[in-house]
Design a protein around this ligand. Structure first.
Ligand code: 3H9
Length: 698
């Protein structure tokens, strides 16, 4: 044993306790410790059975992800699982918290499994671009059947102890103290001469599987797993489990596990796993920075954003007051919120009682005074600096001292907005993404004077409403929209050069984006982009700059809401239909502007959009508007539909190679000049040094 694994005997039962905080990842030293403890249990004549339990907040949450880039130390996890299963004394797993990945695989090596009712179990490896590599793909189908095992491994979603009990993964639910209950359970099993059950001895029951089961299953998951490498390999492992003994199936599993682990996708997904946790760590805001209590929330504006933001807080159980200027607008806004909840109810995602409860938390108001006792007020009016300044001056007059005053601006200067109040230290940006009640991302914008306490509070608010909060600096468009602006510029320039908008969207979507940029514009409203860009302080003196948006706007094509934009839409439908009229308009405009039409291949479409994005990301990083490259990646994956399996734009740049990215940027600079394509100094330096963004330290 060692520091991480303890051995003791209690009334005839050996108790092995793993204690590797925070989540008992089964790291190399833990595996060594467990092997030694098993040896001791085997040799301990007074131990009649073994219980494996964990200290702290959870059972083993999986292999140690941070060890995946190092050489695999012996014993590896499959050896540990086999050793447990091969024990001649009965072994019981005692599960609390989450038994995930290698944690559940360890438990499946045990002969019996008991758990607290609050426990959850799952095989989430797929979310890291992996497959269960310690025989989970072979053991789970033997225990629960092919389809249930596949569903758990392909979704990666954990299931409750009750569900696991029903499926036969858990044998006994323990009430009260887990370890005492597990020891008593082990004693009962020994007393009853319960057999040693080994999953390896079971055969997969494939007799009732329909003839084309695996082909059908692949089809069923095709959409959800589009672009991902691991899911197909999981299906292959399970197929093998229906035909071969466990040891042989495990050999294939191991081979495919190594392939997955070495894939750029898994590197990218593991990068995101850590990046999504690191965003919560802000170097100059220590963890113990006091947070202000948030019990009542006020929202200014009942439009699409205001309504969606109100839903976020009501969903988290917080009372919200929504302020509007007139009764009709308020009625409309709250009506939309109710309709959204009712749609969720009709799809079975909410009960009628929950709809009533959530609507009961949202009240409308027409007088500023209604916000007087709010702890947090979020302004969500139209994106206009003057208007926002007025709103903040009003809030300053009416809100109680200590209230956090937030703006949902997506582009504007936070410091100007803060200066409209006498309390700039209390002002912060909370940039929600549309639809606000759905999108996971929250950009938290720090002004020059925002206090540490207010920043800590905002990070806490993100957690309360189930968002990933990323702290960003105050610059036009912050991180996400500032980068998006570069991508849009190239997208629209390529349209003037002759690429139809639908082709750009198709190429972007095939590359993995949830939606192409032109479809996004039609959804969000082209007028929004046009108006926001007009207020931009650093507009280039360039008549081709984002000209296609302006052109469509001038023709009243504002997107889905007017039935036409980059595409046209049939009455009542959201399906985009390519429109020859748009092609004609753009062609004529290109001629007027003297933009030469040229052949552009798919590779160039991708490069111009994403290299522009990456170059801007490098500028943002260097200027300190994003704390880390991973923060940018988290923003893009959670707010802009960037494919998770590429890990975000900065990690993607690393995968391409920064030398290659720089060469691309230089190539376009050669063709289009310095205005947009001057390489970011950080990109140049890292490319020269053979470095990477993800390895870069400020
Ligand atoms: C696997 O098992 C492969 C096998 O099939 C085959 C092997 C041969 N490793 O999320 P939290 C850290 S693949 C290392 O904030 P929560 C995490 O970075 C693995 N570190 O807490 C964070 O560190 P920090 C399959 C890990 O309570 C801290 O723990 N398993 C690991 O919100 C707290 O994490 C998974 O994919 C790990 N496995 O959620 C499970 N897990 O404090 C991954 C966590 O420095 N883990 N850390 O930022 C989770 O889903 C969640 O962490 C969990 C707890 C639900 C457990």
């Amino acid at each position: 044993m060692n520091d991480l694994v303890r051995y003791e005997r209690r009334d005839g039962i050996a108790l092995i306790t793993i204690d590797n905080p925070p989540v008992n990842a089964i790291a190399h030293a833990v595996r060594q410790g467990v092997m030694a403890a098993l040896d001791r249990a085997a040799a301990d004549g007074a131990a009649h059975a073994v219980v494996i339990a964990c200290a702290g907040r959870t059972f083993i949450a999986g292999a140690d992800i941070s060890e995946f880039d190092k050489p695999r130390g012996k014993p590896d996890l499959p050896e540990v699982v086999s050793r447990i299963e091969g024990m001649d004394k009965l072994v019981v797993a005692a599960i609390h918290g989450t038994a995930l990945g290698g944690g559940l695989e360890t438990a499946l090596g045990c002969h019996y499994r008991c758990a607290l009712a609050s426990a959850r179990v799952g095989l989430p490896e797929v979310l890291l671009g992996l497959l269960p590599g310690a025989s989970g793909t072979q053991r789970l189908p033997r225990l629960v059947g092919v389809e249930a095992a596949l569903d758990m491994m392909i979704s990666g979603k954990p299931i409750s102890a009750a569900e696991a009990r029903e499926k036969g993964i858990i044998d006994e639910i323990i009430e009260g103290d887990l370890v005492d209950g597990a020891l008593a359970y082990a004693r009962r099993l020994v007393g009853a001469r319960a057999p040693i059950r080994r999953i390896r001895d079971l055969a997969v029951d494939a007799s009732r599987l329909p003839k084309d089961f695996f082909a059908d299953y692949r089809q069923r998951i095709a959409r959800q797993t589009r672009g991902y490498f691991a899911p197909e390999r999981i299906v292959q492992c399970v197929e093998i489990a229906t035909r071969l003994p466990l040891a042989e199936g495990h050999r294939l599993e191991r081979e495919l596990f190594e392939q997955c682990k070495a894939s750029t996708q898994s590197v990218a997904l593991r990068h995101l796993f850590f990046a999504e946790r690191e965003v919560a760590k802000i170097p100059d805001i220590p963890k113990d920075t006091p947070q202000r209590p948030i019990a009542r929330v006020g929202i200014v504006g009942a439009g699409t954003m205001g309504g969606g933001i109100a839903m976020c807080f009501a969903n988290a159980g917080l009372p919200v007051t929504v302020l509007e200027v007139d009764a009709a607008a308020l009625e409309r806004g709250l009506g939309t919120v109710r309709r959204n909840y009712e749609i969720s109810a009709s799809r079975g995602r909410l009960s009628e009682a929950e709809v009533r409860q959530r609507m009961g938390l949202i009240e409308g108001a027409l007088e500023d005074g209604a916000l007087a006792d709010a702890d947090l007020v979020i302004e969500a009016v139209f994106e206009d600096l003057g208007l926002k300044e007025q709103v903040f001056a009003r809030l300053d007059a009416v809100c109680r001292p200590g209230a956090v005053l937030a703006t949902n601006t997506s582009t504007l200067d936070l410091d100007r907005i803060a200066r409209a109040t006498r309390r700039p230290a209390d002002v912060i940006g909370l940039h929600f993404f549309s639809p606000a009640n759905v999108m996971k991302l929250l950009e938290i914008v720090r002004g020059a004077q925002t206090s540490p306490e207010v920043i800590a509070t905002a990070m806490g608010v993100a957690k309360i409403i189930g968002k990933i909060g990323v702290l960003v600096g105050n610059c036009w468009g912050f991180v996400g929209n500032r980068m998006f602006g570069q991508m849009i510029r190239e997208n629209q320039m390529m349209q003037l050069e002759g690429v139809p908008p639908e082709r750009i969207d198709r190429v972007a979507e095939e590359w993995g984006m949830a939606m192409g940029p032109n479809g996004v514009f039609d959804l969000a409203g082209i007028d929004i982009d046009v108006k926001v860009r007009r207020g931009r302080p650093d507009k280039p003196d360039d008549p081709t700059w984002c000209r296609v948006s302006d052109l469509l706007f001038e023709h009243g094509r504002l997107g889905q809401k007017t039935g036409s934009g980059f595409y046209r839409y049939e009455e009542g439908s959201r399906t985009p239909i390519p429109d020859p009229l748009v092609h004609d308009l753009i062609r004529a405009e290109a001629k007027r502007l003297g933009v030469a039409r040229r052949e552009i291949d798919d590779a160039e479409i991708i490069e111009r959009m994403f290299y522009a994005l990456i170059n801007e990301g490098a500028l943002i990083l260097e200027a300190g508007h994003a704390l880390r490259p991973g923060d940018i990646d988290v923003i893009w994956v959670n707010g802009y539909g960037f494919p998770r399996y590429r890990g975000g734009p900065m990690r993607h740049a690393d995968a391409v190679g920064l030398g290659e990215v720089l060469a691309g940027v230089e190539r376009y600079r050669g063709r289009y000049g310095d205005r947009y394509w001057r390489p970011a100094p950080l990109l140049e330096r890292l490319a020269r040094e053979g470095g990477t963004f993800t390895g870069w330290q400020r």
